[in-house]
Design a protein around this ligand. Structure first.
Ligand code: NAP
Length: 307
């Protein structure tokens, strides 16, 4: 057990990301006490039943009272209202962070509500699964995954260093990034791929109506992997696209151009083009495995994946 990084941590929102943070903080002895709050009584009751957090509070105000670190773990579209609600109850000197998948929009939604007496250090752990809710978390989710800290103007270096220590204790590799760059990188690595998976599964669903259940019955590995991604939480992903609009549209524009180029190669029988293209993409996969961000196992139902 290491020395706690924070005496008191409050988690607002108790889904996959918050519950995994809690189990990892508990594993590492990183917080003296962890309080939690979620919007519905049902989630709060589940959290109490499974021992998620040291104390579950019935209001966000009560959860953040005296907290040294408050982490907003709600969908991106809910950050604004939650920040407004907790702002008057924050302890002077506390750090407020979040785990939202989009950074510029969250900074703009949360920042203006926070008093000058607190430090705001946005963050985004690049780990997730297609499961959601308080029961879906596990301590190992962040092990060897990246957590990006996105300090804003005025984020105190001490507050950033402390949050870094927490995420490192949780098991993540921590790096800092500027918000707009974050949103563009994530549009490429996560947001556009999710949209493409949603689209492909939508196409197959349309086809299923034509071919009855064959698409499901004979679903091959490629399609199955798409369905795993497309099973991700609808609210979270709606909010991601609505809040990372420009970067996602930019990447989808480029994607469409590439798709047309491949379509053309197929139509014209340009095998060399297709072979060269697939050789290049295979090298990217090798790079991800060498960087320790995935395994080489042919396991399409794997437990965790970066988001
Ligand atoms: P989740 O499992 O769906 O949990 C969301 C939690 O937020 C639930 O406890 C929910 O409460 C609560 N909530 C929703 N709206 C709220 C509101 N208006 N006020 C208070 N609480 C509210 O979601 P998650 O996967 O943990 O995602 C949380 C955040 O992490 C999102 O911002 C997401 O972008 C980010 N993120 C997700 C992933 C991923 O792969 N899942 C990865 C990295 C970052 P109820 O249960 O009571 O509805």
């Amino acid at each position: 057990m290491s020395t706690p990084v924070y005496d008191k941590v409050a988690l607002i929102g108790l889904g996959l990301i918050a519950s995994s943070m809690f189990w990892a903080m508990k594993r590492g002895g990183l917080a003296g006490e962890v309080t939690g709050f979620a919007r519905s009584a049902e989630t709060r009751d589940t959290a109490r039943d499974i021992g998620l957090c040291d104390r579950i509070c019935d209001t966000a105000a009560e959860a953040v009272k005296d907290a040294d670190l408050v982490v907003l773990c709600v969908p991106v579209g809910a950050m604004d209202a939650v920040a407004k609600e907790i702002a008057p109850h924050l302890k002077a000197g506390a750090t407020v962070s979040d785990v939202g998948s989009v950074k510029r929009a969250v900074i703009e939604a949360v920042g203006p509500h926070l008093p000058d007496t607190v430090h705001f250090v946005p963050a985004h752990p690049l780990a997730g699964t297609e499961h959601s809710g308080p029961r879906s978390g596990f301590a190992e989710l962040y092990d060897n995954r990246f957590c990006l800290l996105v300090p804003v103007e005025g984020s105190a270096p001490d507050a950033v260093a402390k949050l870094r220590a927490l995420w490192e204790g949780i098991g993540a590799n921590v790096e800092e990034m500027e918000p707009d760059h974050h949103d563009l990188v994530l549009a490429v690595t996560s947001h556009a791929p999710h949209l493409i998976a949603y689209t492909m599964v939508g196409v197959a669903d349309d086809l299923r109506r034509v071919t009855d259940s064959e698409v499901i019955k004979y679903s091959a590995a490629g399609f199955r992997d798409f369905t795993r991604i497309a099973a991700s939480d609808p609210t979270m992903w709606r909010d991601v696209f609505l809040n990372n609009k420009e970067a996602t549209l930019e990447i989808l524009g480029r994607f469409t151009e590439e798709l047309f180029a491949l379509q053309r190669a197929i139509r014209t029988g340009d095998g060399d083009m297709l072979h060269d293209y697939f050789t290049r993409t295979r090298a990217i996969r090798r790079g991800i495995i060498e960087a320790g961000q995935d395994t080489d196992a042919p396991d399409f139902g794997r437990k965790s994946g970066g988001r």
